[in-house]
Design a protein around this ligand. Sequence first.
Ligand code: PHE
Length: 359
Amino acid sequence: MMDDLRTKYLSQIDTASTEAALEDLRLAAIGKKGEVSLAMRSLGKMTPEERQIEGPRLNALKDEITSAIAAKKAALEDAALEERLRHEWLDVTLPGRGGARGVAEGSVHPVSQVWEECTAIFADMGFRVAEGPQVESDWYNFDALNIPDHHPARGEMDTFYMHRAAGDDRPPHVLRTHTSPVQIRSMQEHGAPLRIICPGRVYRADFDQTHTPMFHQVEGLAIGRDISMANLKWVLEEFFTAFFGTKVRTRFRASHFPFTEPSAEVDIQCSFEGGTVKVGEGDGWLEVLGSGMVHPHVLRAGGIDPDEWQGFAFGMGIDRIAMLKYGIPDLRAFFDSDLRWLRHYGFSALQVPTLRAGV
Ligand code: PHE
């Protein structure tokens, strides 16, 4: 009789397909009025000898059924979880479904877009992306770049200075006024030869139609044994042609930066006909960046021997070239967070700029 109970319950437990069915089986077997429980109650009517044999056997059966139910329950839970995982997955890389108007809710800001485009183009020419802090020491932002204390360039930069605690008379930190301090940090970290770009935020206390207190630059730096201005010109023309999708001529005008010698400001060819700027045609010129051959003092500050190494550097306004490429008239609108503007000028999160697809 006991063997029958054992076979019956173990096989039913084995084929139970829901937790509810398992619970029914538990009640039917070892619940208060379950068959095994009733059999246990009948022990009292047995002879002591019988009871000594049957008692432990029934207890063992009860344990066996209890653990079979527990095991089956765990298996059912695992299967249920597997099933959920199979159905309830979510592709977090998918874009949003779009709001009430059926327009995707989020868009990529033109600055982010152009930042990525610059990265893609320069990466293709072997430049790695470098980073540095936005709160910078005055040594990195100025001294190391051959702008000593009291140099007029410090005043011209409209620098934001950070406060020091009262009594602390070390020079204050600054909000970096350009991405050039990352030149020094990269030289110190990697030495020569070196090829980096640094896209990033920069700050100057200046606000009008063409200036915002925070804006974006991309710094470029290439150091090798015989890198020249000719390489600089090739890299920049290559960049602008890829960026604007049309052959763009550049014009180098002699200029001055403390951290480069010689220095040049670079204009790109454009036409201003009909009130719109068209890059790559016409006989007008538009200034887009500062550049030059890295000053020996700067190489030395970065721990690089200027008798062995030389290179070029440039710094370009990302917002500026974004306005030119995408026909955005007012710089200040970049930072207004006006949803209508963002919907109009923003980019799809799925359109990751790649050189192959054309940026
Ligand atoms: N740092 C300069 C600026 O912000 C640009 C520049 C970078 C010029 C590198 C020359 C070389 O105006």
